[in-house]
Design a binder for this molecule. Sequence first.
Ligand code: NI
Length: 163
Amino acid sequence: MALRNIRYEGDSVLYKTSKEVKEMTPRIKQLIEDMIDTMYEANGVGLAAPQVGVLRRIVVIDVGEGPKVFVNPRILEASGEQTGEEGCLSVPGKSGVVTRPNYVKAAALDENMQPFEIEGTELFARAMCHEFDHLDGHLYVEKVEGELHDVSYESDDEEYEEE
Ligand code: NI
């Protein structure tokens, strides 16, 4: 297991646009494995490559059904609306209210560069939107309604805490 250092708000790498992955290499496979390890170690439900300092369009998400790898993801459809708490491993100890689509359909490549499509609602839809935004240099704090607040560790299960 190899952990990578998580980059925090203010680090310039988080505000840049990531590059598409053209081919799977041993180095990128290792990155993906490390991202999954790093996500679990931090008790996160999602992590994007720029959060570990690599400007590649790669995201990992686990909303409780095992790790899902997204290479070069894009949103095909989004509908509905959900408003709720969101957090980010790159903004530790904070959360804020963000409105996102309640349904998202995405297309991506898996860790073997095989294309797939996936649909998600609620937490999974929120996680995809949040993580894909990282690939374009956007943090959820730009979208927060009202103020960021300190995370309450008594928060309920509905909350999306990337950390
Ligand atoms: Ni995040």
